[in-house]
Design a protein around this ligand. Structure first.
Ligand SMILES: *Cc1c(COP(=O)(O)O)cnc(C)c1O
Length: 486
């Protein structure tokens, strides 16, 4: 078990920080007394080497794409090329300040402006904002635009239609924006049930939120008819672009009838995410919605980049400054490096890898919707459940073999779901190894199920009480809590 950095502090409490010296006293004189600390802060006093060892050791306990296969469906844990980090770290990007004069920030503004143009071209939309900080924030932005659009026509529609397979952020964003969520069913083929959708669409429908390919990894082939039906009652069609990494250079939401899209740059365009870094959720719209985009927009006047501040219909500012700049630069560099053909190859290989696994695994796992999939597919541990082992147990056992678990129990419409997204960056050898590991686990379920039920055996902690961990996020261990220094 790892020590806390506070436990490495070996001296007495009186020794936390040295008393202020003459230099500090001088600074203190300038700070009004009421802002002075009453007590010294509790900074552990350890050597630089001990600090480096402590955090390096902790970092090595982390499961990450750079060390392990990470087929976490929907999250797109592809490899993030290190060259992109190097580009984002260039001093011309990393040392500029958002309050710097606009004349001195032309290079940065050019990156932002061109990223807006590339994303518009890739998705078939007319204009983009880069402000939203991640996908869910993009949904929030998109739904504000939906409201602004209807209000501009003096309409006050109350309902948002969302398929039952959707990511939880969709209904959460709609509810946050004051809408009532109407759930649309999935049919036997795993697609949105068109008849159910049509029966629920009416004059009170503000918007329908669609994910295509869906979270079941399937392309919604009736999307044109869905968009047409929505537009007939003046409902806008929103594209959750978390799965856009399946469509790059192949087809575009803008051509399918979508009015608003969000992208997850951190999923589709190779930006470290999760614990690895912040996300970015740009939102694109069709021409008739441009005036509602968040302000300020970045425009080009002649050969100068400027901010458009006069935007009376805008939904307002969503975030300080212009978005997560570091994530945007990485995506810009990724798009530039790959070009149109490279981006298309990303999606084609992501689709190929997912189908390769689907076919290899179908003999020993149930594949509820076993047709050609896009970049991910759902397998179900229903056969295994009959023998007393569930998806969660298999997920935990995978950790012992150095594989991050697939997403489990999502989408909610599939029992014992395991959502596998290999991504395009994995080799055939890695995919074959994954299949072999799952076969081994399958054999264990037959011969020694206890081994799977008690997994993981090799990780720093065994199974944790996930509900308690979420509700009481106290990262200290109980014995640590009792030490005098903590
Ligand atoms: C990841 C994801 C989201 C949310 O995006 P964040 O960037 O995590 O906020 C929404 N929908 C789907 C389908 C997703 O996979």
């Amino acid at each position: 078990m790892s020590e806390l950095i506070f436990e490495k502090h070996s001296r007495s409490e009186a020794d936390w920080l040295p008393e202020p010296g003459a230099a500090e006293e001088k600074i203190l004189e300038r700070i009004p007394k009421q802002f002075w600390r009453k007590k010294s802060p509790k900074f552990p006093s350890v050597s630089e080497l001990d600090v480096v060892r402590h955090f390096t050791e902790l970092s090595q306990k982390n499961f990450c794409v750079d060390t392990h296969f990470y087929p976490l469906g929907s999250c797109t844990m592809k490899y993030n090329p290190k060259a992109l980090d190097a580009i984002a770290s260039l001093s011309s990007y990393s040392l500029i300040h958002p309050y710097q004069d606009i004349e001195d920030s032309q290079g940065a503004l050019k990156v932002l402006y061109q990223t807006q143009r590339y994303l518009s071209e890739i998705t078939g939309m007319d204009e983009f904002t880069l402000q939203p900080a991640a996908g869910a924030h993009g949904e929030f932005c998109g739904l504000l635009i939906v409201g602004a659009y209807h209000r501009s026509k003096n309409e006050h529609k109350k309902k948002v239609l969302i398929p039952d397979s959707a990511h939880g952020t969709n209904p959460a964003s709609a509810t946050l924006c004051g809408y009532e969520v109407v759930q649309v069913k999935t049919n036997a083929k795993g697609h949105v049930d068109l008849a159910d959708l049509k029966s629920k669409l009416n004059e009170d429908s503000a918007c329908i939120m669609m994910t295509n390919p869906s979270t079941l990894g399937l392309f919604e082939d009736e999307i044109l008819e869905i968009a047409q039906a929505a537009h007939k009652v003046d409902a806008l069609v929103y594209y959750d672009g978390a799965n856009m990494n399946a469509l790059l250079g192949i087809c575009r939401p803008g051509d399918m009838g979508f009015d608003i899209v969000h992208l997850n740059l951190h999923k589709t365009f190779a930006v470290p995410h999760g614990s690895g870094g912040p996300g970015s959720g740009p939102v694109g719209v069709k021409k008739n919605l441009i005036s509602f985009l968040p302000k300020p927009r970045i425009l080009m006047e002649g050969d100068t980049y400027v901010f458009e501040e006069k935007a009376p219909q805008s939904v307002g500012k969503l975030r300080t400054f212009y978005g997560n700049f570091g994530a945007i630069i990485r995506s810009y560099a990724y798009i530039k490096a790959l070009g149109a053909e490279g981006l298309k190859a990303v999606s084609e290989n992501a689709i190929l890898n997912a189908n390769y696994l689907r076919v290899k695994l179908r003999d020993f796992y149930d594949i509820p919707y076993d047709s050609i999939c896009m970049h991910e597919f759902i397998m179900a541990a229903t056969r295994q459940k009959k023998k007393g082992v569930r998806a969660l147990d298999i997920a935990k056992r995978l950790l012992d073999f150095g594989v991050h678990a697939p997403t489990v129990y999502f989408p909610l419409v599939v029992e014992e779901a395991m959502m596998v997204e290999p991504t395009e960056t994995e080799s055939r050898e890695t995919l074959d190894t994954f299949v072999e590991i799952l076969k081994k686990i399958e054999k264990e379920i037959e011969e020694n199920p206890q081994k799977v039920l008690e997994a993981p055996h090799t990780t720093p902690v065994n199974r944790i009480d996930e509900v308690r961990a979420a509700r009481q996020p106290d990262l200290r261990y109980s014995e640590v809590r009792q030490t005098p220094n903590s």
